[in-house]
Design a protein around this ligand. Sequence first.
Ligand SMILES: [Zn+2]
Length: 69
Amino acid sequence: MHHRISCPRCGSEKAMSPNSSCEWDEIHCSDCGEFLETRQAFDERHTHSFLIETCLKSRAMAREMGIRA
Ligand SMILES: [Zn+2]
């Protein structure tokens, strides 16, 4: 499985984790092998930004409908 994380060691954006779906899997740089983070941390970061985005969108939608959020 590929991930888009830039490696702090070599700057590569080719990160990989095993093709299983365990959330504790480690994501490593595929160029230099540097450990980057666990898939769980990666997913949490993405879920978090998704939630903020959803929240902002619903507030904008509420404003459009004339509701003060
Ligand atoms: Zn690297």
